[in-house]
Design a protein around this ligand. Sequence first.
Ligand code: DGL
Length: 275
Amino acid sequence: MTSRRPTIGVFDSGFGGLTVLKALLELVPSADYLYFGDTARLPYGSKSVETVARYAVEAAHYLEAHGAGLLVIACNTATALALDRITAAAQVPVVGVVEPGAEAAASVSKNRKVVVLGTEATVSSHAYRKALEARGIDSREKACPLLVPLVEEGWVEHPVTEQIARIYLDEAFADGFREADALVLGCTHYPLLKALLHRVAPSHVSIVDSAESTARAVVRHLQKLLPPTEAIQEERRALPRLKFFATDSVEKFRRLGPRFLGHPIEDVQHVDLKE
Ligand code: DGL
């Protein structure tokens, strides 16, 4: 990483991490970004710790070999299951999404009760529960496996998605968690459902987008890594440079990616990671 212009490697199982990249582009527009989507091997959310850790470490090595000076593990599942393994394998600092999400939830929850939505694997790892417990917060984690395919289908405002979200949230906010006052979006795909979830969640609930809190954590890291502000301020005027790597079809990445990133995707390169 040069002192004036950081190269940030963003890793996800596929397209969803583009929501984290989108948040990063808003806060750190003057960086070079390398985005790696492991589209050939998604979903990670239904896989074992061993498999997810192996895939994620391979991707982290790839990004480092291509010049990333900081790695952002945008995938909640990879962070929850394998952040320690990725950090141990990497030569550069690594930022995951769980700690920033838990931190943001802790800062908005007044009654110290929080609901976390995520994939099966994220929920089974209890990574969010542990991170929230460490901050004195009681949590209920709820696996919502149907939401990822619905978002990928583009059904972000579809009545079927609303009905399914209502069932998940009714279950999550039941019993001892009726008064929970924060809802953590613990999966890369859920920020696309923010408007729908606002409608469906109890009205007193604040929504915590771990993509946004992660982008803020990256800014704090960069402030530690880079010399203080003048150079960064100057560079802020420069445009981001983006390069995308996908392990499955480049055409599909170009087609689906913009739904998550919010603008067209040009420079995608196919990567074949050998098993
Ligand atoms: N990126 C994953 C996550 O944030 C969701 C998609 C998948 O299961 O691979 O947990």
